[in-house]
Design a binder for this molecule. Structure first.
Ligand SMILES: [Zn+2]
Length: 260
């Protein structure tokens, strides 16, 4: 039985027994919070390992999270055939993506393949791993919003140009943000590129708009699922009657577009 909860190449949880035959095993680098299994030769002090450890610290600080001591295991395949063969055997039916995070009751695992986007892929999936190691539950859209927020190294508060450009273009065609809609998404297959962009926008905006939006987001994130029964869009409305309008204005102003 495979319970698919999330993804963008991304996250899903499964309670099936682990059988990690055919995973990369030629090289292994183990640090306190990350283990890298690879068929690509990497030095123990490879900057990528250090970057993941730095990223872990950054996630903890940005989200005021107690990270605990769970390790994230990263499996780095050397080429697409071996990666896709493994996925097809172990998780048949998954859409072909460059990377997946799999969270089980006993293991936090990232499976990915060497490519020219390996750094971004690793940062994205590793963020899922760190979040699932620290939190008992993360809603789908929020999990992806955080992963999109952390996947590119950038100075705190610097927004993503790529998503802003996409969202401004959508605004010009009448699109407006809708957090309630995002909060209803339950399956990885329901999430399209626009949903990743909008999830990123809500996360970025709430973290950096005002201390109040930041604290609403963080308090919600830290709560267990049963305590999240009041959805985030309702919590925001207690302080800002039209948060969608506020986010819309921020998106437009970030690209120098005037809104009414
Ligand atoms: Zn993801």
């Amino acid at each position: 039985m495979l319970a698919v909860l999330l993804c963008c190449g991304c996250t899903f949880n499964t309670f099936r027994a682990n059988n990690d035959d055919d995973v990369p095993n030629r090289y292994k680098i183990e640090e306190e919070h990350v283990v890298l299994h690879s068929d690509v030769k990497l030095d123990a002090d490879d900057p990528m390992i250090q970057e993941l450890l730095e990223l872990r610290k950054q996630i903890g600080q940005t989200l005021d999270l107690e990270l605990g001591d769970k390790q994230v295991e990263v499996y780095l395949f050397k080429d697409e055939p071996s990666y896709h063969k493994f996925l097809a055997q172990k998780y048949p039916g998954l859409p072909p993506r460059r990377a997946y995070f799999v969270g089980t009751s006993s293991k936090l695992a990232v499976y990915t393949v060497w490519s020219d986007r390996i750094r971004e892929d690793l940062r994205h999936e590793f963020t899922h791993g760190v979040l699932h190691g620290a939190l008992s539950y993360v809603p789908l859209w929020l999990d992806e919003g955080f992963a999109e927020y952390f996947e590119q190294p950038r100075a705190a508060g610097t927004p993503r140009e790529d998503y802003l450009t996409d969202l401004v273009r959508l605004q010009q065609n009448g699109w407006t943000p809708n957090l309630q809609r995002l909060e209803y998404l339950e399956g990885v297959s329901e999430m399209q590129r626009l949903d990743y962009a909008e999830s990123w926008a809500w996360v970025h905006w709430m973290l950096h708009h005002t201390p109040q939006t930041r604290s609403i987001l963080l308090e919600y994130t830290h709560q267990p699922r049963r305590a999240q029964s009041v959805p985030l869009h309702q919590r925001l409305r207690q302080f800002d009657p039209q948060p969608e309008r506020s986010l819309n204005a921020w998106i437009a102003s970030s690209k120098g577009v005037a809104t009414p």
